[in-house]
Design a protein around this ligand. Structure first.
Ligand SMILES: [Zn+2]
Length: 336
């Protein structure tokens, strides 16, 4: 994953800081009215209450890390692709791995494997959920062993873990909404301080080779680095620019659910991440939920270092994000 403090696609003034749960017991799904009194002819909307099992999400993160660094081209990466495809097939209506190749700016050919899971393929009302699953080939922010990859527990595995638990819950919720989950490959192979297009190769490939002809989703949410203890999430510049309503809805929903210490109503920086390529190449107004370190304006100190292992992952943060996103999705179904 990569991040930038200030960036414009057109500008020369780019200062780019590159960063880039199975259904457990006690889960209840029900409905409750949110209106106080039904005084008119229109009934109040029904709110679909959801649950999110943080232990399950944590397990999904741990499982990915257990394969080893998911660097494209390695056996660990291949094992992870198979695992993700199996889980999506278990939870979604259909699942497959989009395979292709991407020619980088330097002319290298990179294989792409994007696992995709689909709910309600026929629905025209759709939301796209995404996270990258690959691990950066080198922990190049680490003074020690900078040429070796880290575990990528937060930078990569956390967003995927939260989305797998969301998929597991969606299977039982049976919403009428069309939902597409894409685990983007090769997000984190970019050149530090180089051109943004050296990053996010899987999402660039998907955006140019949509898995369904004329595919479109009215909105999208990307998760990246959503598992660190006490993580802060701020408004990301390109998210608030293309879809301010959804950003505010997600943050407000998170605060209403009791996760206000994570979702702060403050402006963060601009991040070069998969959502931006999806935005510009498909027109889908996708937002990014990504950690923002208040003290540095960048990511956490684990980022692209060997500290990015399971020690930084807190199930409570995975729940804050996963529960919030799942509630926003469920609200679509009830018309809230
Ligand atoms: Zn990264």
């Amino acid at each position: 994953m990569m991040r930038s403090a200030l960036y414009t696609l057109l500008g020369a003034l780019a200062l780019i800081l590159f960063a880039c749960q199975p259904n457990g017991p006690g889960n209840t799904i029900g409905t409750s009215t949110t209106g106080e009194t039904n005084t008119g002819t229109k009934p109040p909307p029904k709110r679909v209450d959801v649950s999110f099992n943080e232990d399950s999400a944590y397990y999904f993160v741990e499982k990915q890390v257990s394969f080893g660094p998911r660097v494209p081209g390695t056996a660990a990466h291949g094992r992870c692709v198979n695992f993700l495809n199996e889980k999506l097939a278990e939870y979604c209506d259909t699942a497959f791995v989009q395979q292709g190749t991407f020619r980088t700016m330097s002319g290298n050919i990179v294989p792409i494997n994007n696992p995709i899971g689909i709910f309600n393929a026929e629905s025209k009302k759709r939301i796209l959920l995404g996270a990258h699953f690959d691990t950066r080939p080198y922990a190049d922010e680490d003074p020690e062993r900078p040429t070796e990859p880290s575990d990528g527990a937060n930078d990569g595995a956390s967003g995927v873990g939260a989305l797998l638990e969301i998929a597991r819950q969606l299977k039982d919720l049976d919403l009428g909404l069309g939902i597409d989950i894409i685990f983007f490959d090769a997000e984190d192979m970019g050149s530090r301080g180089g051109h943004p297009a050296t990053w996010c190769l899987g999402s660039q490939y998907w955006s140019g080779n949509l898995h369904v002809a004329d595919y479109f989703a009215q909105e999208g949410i990307l998760l990246d680095m959503v598992g660190a203890k006490d993580a802060i999430f701020a408004y990301e510049v390109n998210s608030i620019r293309v879809n301010p309503g959804l950003v505010r809805e997600v943050w407000t929903t998170g605060q209403q659910l009791g996760y206000g210490k994570h979702f702060l109503n403050i402006n963060g920086g601009a991040v070069i991440d998969d959502h931006q390529f999806v935005q510009t190449q498909t027109g889908i107004p996708m937002i990014d939920i990504i950690e923002h370190d208040l003290s540095t304006g960048s990511f956490g100190d684990y980022w692209h270092t060997h500290k990015d292992n399971m020690d930084v992952i807190d199930a409570a943060t995975l729940k804050a994000v996963g529960h919030t996103v799942l509630q926003v999705i469920a609200n679509r179904n009830s018309g809230i």
